[in-house]
Design a protein around this ligand. Structure first.
Ligand SMILES: [Zn+2]
Length: 67
């Protein structure tokens, strides 16, 4: 909730503070610890951001190929 006062500096500080609160409440990626505001991915019980999710489930074709 944002409050508007007649003091633009205070409003700006409060707005930043609201953003900080919002970010502090965001769920964090279990792997990299970054706050996530879009989607988390449940990979074997871990909640991962999209980047860590890709790393977690990606398999290199080279690893699957026989020599
Ligand atoms: Zn992550």
């Amino acid at each position: 909730m944002m409050f508007i006062t007649d003091d633009p500096v205070r409003d700006s500080l409060r707005y930043q503070s609201d953003l900080d609160d919002w970010e502090a409440r965001l769920p964090k990626c279990d792997l990299c610890g970054e706050p996530v505001d879009t989607f988390l991915y449940d990979v074997e019980g871990n909640l991962l951001c999209q980047y860590c999710m890709v790393e977690a489930i990606r398999i290199s074709v080279d690893d699957l190929m026989e020599d």
